[in-house]
Design a protein around this ligand. Structure first.
Ligand code: AGP
Length: 614
């Protein structure tokens, strides 16, 4: 998705913008640009390609000033080229805009503006915003009034930042719907705006988050907030705990690698303050905010998510049904929002979203609220929309997940669902107390169990040397590890561009077995759980067809080692926690193969960290 950075203050806007955009590179983009007010003129530098192209432009044609905005664009309307790159300026050269989202009524607006002799220089929907601002400023309005007037006419979700040469002491920033965030950063005599926290975290950790249909007017000394109707609003300033260092790669080659290895610590942070290991009790009362009466009335939980978060929900279904004995459905956000789902006030809808800004997941939350359900969320990005609109939220506390391919958010979101299941079981009194206390006690070992897998990674390089040349993989799992097969396949697909398919192992004989031959590596999750014997026969069936079998197995399992071509061992783990260790070899394998193939691991082609448009 697109990224936005803005600055106003006594310093030079150009380096603030360039460094801020660099911290947003992970969001995926195909062009970049900036606009700075210099000597009373708006100077623009922009082009297709990566930030390095923009940096070269600025190096050859330097620009500096105390007010500026920058943008990385993921093309929606108009090819990713220089004329469509942001920022966009109108005909007078007085106003400049950067924008995330889609102006759904941009064709009507463009026709209306062109009938007033507006000349469009790009194919973007964004340019309609510039011309609307010019129309109203040209009619004598201030930037603030013109912005309210112009932005109120836009349909769809937007994040917009703009300034005018006529009012060099301010910029306006506006959020409409869920096109990614708009955050105001409070500095000392200088101010920042950004679409994402990491862009400005090195300058300030005092942040204000705009809600939908809200606008901020930002000067070097501060900000005011208002609705698009002009009603003043006051926003509390959040102090964000993320420090810039933890968002940097450290000694790792890629953010994804760092985040894979961070998982034991991330899970430790997820558990912190929520489990009394002495009393063996879970307490998330202040987060999920459900009364015992509501917990008893709960007839069903519907988990809604996309991509990796959807696979996390599939694991969560098993956890909540097995521990709390509450029926659970799991739905894909983009399907759920248009399915007119059967929901009522005896249900809770749980959204799982790392970014907290996935448009389909947010829309599903809105649908649930309109139908009277409790709306919960499990979110990583502090202050994101899915966190703020929910009745109760259990943050993942995974820390910044910068790699586009999700890893620690996946595992910490599963831990959150485990905690939710235990907490609901406590409130409802539906579990055997001794069993529940043991399930809670098991959590204490989890970081070490995960760490023991991550301590032995030398074998992955050799495995990648063998496997990188294959073009198709099949991932098989059963029970709680069927979602792990799906997730493992997605990891390989999205970072190495190798086709991979996850399948419930029992389905092999219903079709996929026709695919298996010496050109088809088969990854099986075959740990010693209640479906182990079935997995052993799956491995035998694949071997009988000359398939190359890589098995994730329980340490010391000689039977699997005798049958499979390669074995990736994980420690003996309580079955309900097993997905948290079995996913690690699949993350490491996908990462190592992708690096072997020279792929852009942290910013895979065509992908974005947060899908804020449909
Ligand atoms: C996961 O590796 C992918 N990047 C993608 O499937 C992601 O999980 C999905 O877009 C959902 O994102 P969210 O968790 O931020 O809602």
């Amino acid at each position: 998705m697109c990224g936005i950075v803005g600055y106003i203050g006594p310093g030079d806007a150009t380096p603030v913008i360039l460094n801020g955009l660099k911290r947003l590179e992970y969001r995926g983009y195909d062009s970049a640009g900036l606009a700075v007010l210099q000597n009373g003129q708006i100077e623009i530098r922009r082009d297709a390609g990566k930030l390095s192209v923009l940096e070269d432009l600025v190096r050859t044609r330097p620009v500096s000033g105390h007010l500026g905005i920058g943008h990385t664009r993921w093309a929606t309307h108009g090819k990713p080229d220089q004329r469509n790159a942001h920022p966009h300026i109108g005909m007078t050269g007085d106003v400049v805009v950067v924008h995330n989202g889609i102006v759904e009524n941009f064709l009507d607006l463009r026709q209306e503006l062109e009938s007033e002799c507006a000349i469009f220089k790009s194919d973007t929907d964004t340019e309609t915003i510039v011309h609307l601002l010019e129309r109203y400023i040209g009619a004598g309005m201030t930037l603030e009034s013109a912005a309210r007037q112009a932005f109120s006419q836009l349909r769809g979700s937007q994040a917009i930042v703009a300034f005018s040469v006529r009012e060099p002491d301010r910029l306006v920033a506006c959020r409409i719907g869920n096109a990614g965030g708009v955050t105001v950063g409070v500095g000392d005599g200088e101010m920042y705006v950004a679409s994402d926290i990491p862009a400005i975290l090195e300058h300030t950790r005092q942040l204000v988050f705009l809600e939908s249909r809200q606008m901020a007017v930002v000067t070097a000394d501060g900000y005011t907030c208002q609705t698009l109707d002009g009603a003043p609003i006051s926003h509390s300033v959040h102090t964000i705990p993320w420090d810039p260092v933890s968002a940097a790669k450290g000694e790792y080659k890629h953010f994804m690698q760092k985040e894979i290895y961070e998982q034991p610590r991330a899970v430790t942070d997820t558990l912190r303050g929520r489990v009394d290991f002495g009393a063996r009790v879970v307490d998330i009362e202040n987060e999920i905010r459900i009364t015992p009466e509501q917990a008893h009335r709960l007839q069903k939980i519907i988990i809604v998510a996309c991509g990796t978060s959807y696979y996390s929900g599939l694991v969560g279904k098993a956890l909540i049904e097995r521990i709390a004995r509450i029926p659970v459905e799991v739905a894909i956000g983009s399907e759920f929002r248009y399915a007119d789902p059967l929901i009522d006030d005896t249900m809770a809808v749980l959204a799982i979203t790392q970014s907290g800004e996935t448009v389909d997941t947010l829309a599903a939350m809105e649908e649930a609220r309109e139908k009277g359900a409790l709306v919960w969320s499990i979110v990583n990005a502090i202050g994101s929309q899915a966190m703020r609109v929910a009745d109760g939220c259990i943050p993942m506390h995974a820390g910044p997940e910068v790699g586009v391919a999700s890893t620690k958010a996946f595992t910490t979101s599963i831990v959150d669902q485990y905690l939710l299941a235990c907490y609901l079981a406590q409130l409802r009194g539906t579990a055997d107390p001794a069993v529940l206390r043991q399930q809670i006690a098991d959590l204490a070992r989890l970081p070490d169990l995960m760490g023991s897998v991550l301590d032995r990674t030398e074998q992955y390089q050799e495995l990648a040397n063998h496997l990188h040349q294959y073009n198709n993989f099949l991932y098989l799992g059963r029970g709680m590890n069927y979602p792990i097969a799906l997730e493992g396949a997605l990891k390989l697909k999205e970072i190495s561009y190798i086709h991979a398919e996850g399948y419930p192992a029992g389905e092999m004989k219903h079709g996929p077995i026709a695919l298996i031959d010496e050109n088809m590596p088969v990854l099986t999750v075959a740990i010693q759980d209640h479906v182990y014997d079935k997995m052993i026969s799956q491995i035998e069936q694949a071997k009988a067809r000359n398939g190359v079998v890589i098995a994730v197995a329980t340490e010391g399992d000689a039977l699997v080692a005798a049958k499979a071509d390669y074995v990736l061992y994980v420690p003996q783990t309580p079955e309900l926690l097993s997905p948290l260790v079995t996913v690690l070899p699949l993350q490491l394998l996908a990462y190592t193969i992708a690096v072997w193939r020279g792929a852009d691991v942290d910013q895979p082609r065509n992908l974005a960290k947060s899908v804020t448009v449909e």
